[in-house]
Design a protein around this ligand. Structure first.
Ligand code: URP
Ligand code: ZN
Ligand code: ZN
Length: 460
């Protein structure tokens, strides 16, 4: 089976040109002008459209036992949503808790995805405790093709590690050539501030942000960077949300620390007033780090445009209205998370490229190429080149729509971006040569997704 995409404008992280793309089986085999179709070739006319490399979401939660409940999606529902939005590969956070066995957790997460995903996938392996037994298990997991760890400085007594465990994790990662991703908030400060606010009767979702102010994130960011410097490990800050944390991270970058930065879509376009809405409307917008003061939007867009922020993910983590209401008496019990896997690319294109905040090449870089490079998937993923996987997004820049829970594929009863306009969407999406989406509708194979083994010594 072959596929010929004709007359599109190919846009990668560093090039833009008109050409045809020929795909045989799972791979791009030719790029050029006037390519001929074979007898069994499906021809797709991409006139007036961009052709982007398949987008990669470097930060999603699909299976997640968390805050007394489970995130709502399955690999099936989330992967179909991802593909409808142009994401062809994701990296899921594998998150066994501190009390769970790490290897059993890894096998559980992998089994949830195997044969159940429509898009390709791999994992960041969370290290939620460090001891000799875990070290042996982590070595086994890395040998299975996992090239990145995840640590949480927040979520005390559940996912969170102490400073000693952070040091040990980074030292092991350095030896193995594994990059360590980190949620940077000071767990102790969060816990003290939460206690004080609740004691004062401040129980609504509007108090979530004051319980984890910007300084709490800046402290975690600075501490993580300091530990990276001390160990020589490579690090990646997830969901950086505000100017003080950015300052800490960019200073560390300037000192030569091997550090990369991710921000996630909600922090570019939503702000803390969303969580200040009364009742469950506010709860729907509780995530950590919290939605911030609006002044941070321009700071994040500018840093992204300048390449100081390297990638844009989602931190996709859906909880429905009834789950959010677990926190009706205390904001500390609201399951943290905002879904966004379906919307990320269209929102980044609309509010970044179309609104003049982001160059189109940086858009492709931040949402596809950089995640592929950092996490050992490049050049198989993250670009359009002969020999790369045929993960392609034919993108219609003239489409106009409005985001709504009524039309989403994600398994949830609300959408955190409800009512926002989008100026563009994928008209066709392929994963390794298979057409999975046409005109916004999933038309493909629900089990086509494959686990991606990665080079474990990527960061030696
Ligand atoms: O609020 C969030 N971010 N929920 C998911 C867990 C995490 O911290 O990434
Ligand atoms: Zn996090
Ligand atoms: Zn997360």
């Amino acid at each position: 089976m072959s596929l010929l995409i004709r007359n599109g404008e190919i846009v990668t992280a560093d090039s833009r040109y008109r050409a045809d793309i020929f795909v045989e089986d799972e791979t791009i085999t030719r790029i050029g002008g006037g390519l001929e179709a074979g007898p069994d070739t499906e021809v797709i006319d991409a006139t007036g459209k961009y052709v982007f490399p398949g987008f990669i979401d470097p930060h999603v939660h699909i299976y997640l036992p968390f805050m007394a409940t489970y995130a709502k999606d399955t690999q099936q529902s989330a992967s179909i949503a991802a593909l409808a939005g142009g994401t062809t590969t994701w990296i899921e956070m594998c998150c066994p808790s501190r009390l769970d066995d790490a290897l059993a957790g890894y096998q559980l997460w992998k089994s949830k995805a195997e044969g159940n995903s429509a898009c390709d996938y791999t994992f960041h392996m969370s290290v939620t405790k460090f001891d000799d037994q875990r070290e042996g298990q982590l070595r086994e997991i890395v040998a299975d093709g996992i090239g990145s760890f995840k640590i949480f400085l927040a979520y005390k007594n559940f996912f969170g590690v102490d400073d000693g465990e952070m040091y040990q994790t980074l030292a092991l990662a350095r030896k193995l050539g594994v990059i360590v991703t980190a949620h940077c908030e000071n767990a102790e400060l969060v816990s003290q501030l939460q206690r004080e606010l609740i004691a004062q009767g401040k129980t609504g979702p509007e108090w979530h942000e004051p319980s984890r102010p910007e300084a709490v994130e800046a402290e975690g960011t600075h501490r993580f960077a300091t530990f990276l410097e001390a160990t020589g490990a490579a690090g990646y800050i997830v969901h950086l949300s505000c100017e003080p944390a950015l300052r800490m991270a960019t200073r560390a970058k300037e000192r030569g620390t091997r550090l990369w930065i991710e921000s996630v879509m909600p922090h570019f376009i939503l702000d803390k007033t969303h969580a200040e809405r009364p009742g469950v409307e506010g709860m729907k917008h509780v995530m950590s780090p919290p939605l911030r003061d609006k002044r941070n939007h321009k700071v994040l867009w500018d840093a992204l445009a300048a390449g100081l922020i390297d990638t844009v993910g989602t931190d996709h983590c859906p909880f429905d209205t009834s789950q959010k209401l677990l926190g009706k008496d205390a904001f500390t019990q609201i399951p943290n998370g905002i879904p966004g896997i379906e919307e990320r690319v269209n929102l980044l294109y609309t509010y970044g490229v179309k609104r003049g905040n982001l160059n189109i090449h940086r858009f492709v870089d931040a949402a596809s190429t950089k995640p592929a490079k950092l996490f050992g998937l490049f050049p198989r993923k993250g670009t359009i080149a002969v020999g790369s996987d045929a993960d392609l997004v034919v993108y219609d820049p003239d489409y106009k729509g409005v985001i709504s829970a009524a039309t989403q594929h994600v398994n949830n009863d609300y959408n955190g971006f409800e009512g926002m306009e989008i100026d563009g969407r994928p008209s066709l999406v392929t994963v390794r040569g298979k057409v999975q989406v046409r005109d916004g509708a999933f038309v493909g194979d629900r089990r086509h997704g494959r686990f991606l083994r990665r080079d474990p010594s990527h960061f030696q």
